[in-house]
Design a protein around this ligand. Structure first.
Ligand SMILES: [Zn+2]
Length: 281
């Protein structure tokens, strides 16, 4: 007869350990203890700010005659669903000409419709993408709240659902304004250390790599930097990450290498609402 006793199961620093004691007959197989470390639940949610940008989502022709990678095609190929924090003005009719000319024949609105059709989430990065500090000085709090609502209304006209998350441009926020935004039913995305690390945005800093003179682009590479951020968090026992990217061609290139590696390391990719459902207490 074999009796198995689950002696203890406890969480230490985010990792779960279980000690199992086996009492076996005959006595030659005396009781022994096996310590087994259960694998942590590894979750990643990727978000993309500042779109929709069809030339990134679909790829575009390059001066070299080749085509840049399509972000949507990459995500579909990898079976990864993500969340897009869009700027409301891009979804308006008035942006059609700008988007079509700049972005190779697609309107930004049609790109957002495609995102929704494919099962990606669309959330609120405000209508005008104005820095809240500047906007408050210029127009006051009420203007900012209206700008957020304006973005939600136009997203809802595409998805049929009111967004639940707001990411302030440049993460600029202060407690009084945050309270007002939350009172309207939103969760405010933040890098602040006042929230648990699992619920904090991990800034990829990809925007530093897309400028003319990318002196602040992470070294030795954006790929290595993002991977190192994840590894550093793992060393602290953190296995849930909200990775914040932007709709940029350089980001698509990096993700085409990064997603397979993170999958190999046991990560599962989910949308932001799925992530909060699984991780937020
Ligand atoms: Zn932004």
């Amino acid at each position: 007869m074999l009796a198995v006793t689950l002696a203890a199961a406890c969480a230490i620093g985010g990792a779960e350990f279980a000690a199992i004691t086996l009492h076996a007959q005959p006595p030659a197989l005396a009781a022994r203890t096996i310590s087994r470390k259960e694998p942590p639940r590894k979750l990643i949610t990727m978000t993309f700010d500042d779109g929709p940008k069809p030339y990134v989502l679909y790829g575009t022709s390059l001066p070299s005659g080749t085509k840049s990678q399509s972000l949507l095609a990459l995500l579909e190929r990898e079976h990864v669903k993500t969340t897009f924090f869009v700027m409301g003005w891009r979804l308006a009719k008035s942006a059609d000409t700008f988007c079509v000319e700049k972005d190779g024949g697609h309107t930004c609105r049609s790109a957002a419709e495609e995102e929704h059709r494919l099962g990606f989430e669309i959330e609120n990065h405000t209508y005008g993408h104005g820095n809240f500090r500047l906007m408050e000085k210029r127009y006051g709090d009420a203007w900012i709240l209206n700008d957020i609502d304006r973005c939600s209304t136009i997203i809802e006209s595409i998805t049929g659902e009111r967004p639940r998350f707001v990411r302030p441009p440049d993460w600029t926020i202060w407690p009084a304004l945050q309270k007002q935004i939350e009172a309207r039913g939103y969760r405010v995305m933040t890098k602040s250390r006042t929230v648990p690390a699992e619920l904090r945005d991990v800034d990829s800093e990809d925007y530093f790599c897309a400028v003319k003179n990318p002196i602040h682009c992470p070294k030795p590479s954006l790929y290595a930097y993002v991977l190192a951020r994840v590894e550093a968090r793992e060393r602290r026992g953190i296995y849930g990450h909200i990775l914040c990217f932007h709709e940029l061609p350089v980001t698509v290139e990096v993700l085409s290498r990064l997603i397979p590696v993170l999958k190999e390391r046991g990560y599962r990719f989910v949308t932001l609402s799925e992530y909060f459902h699984a991780v937020a207490k």
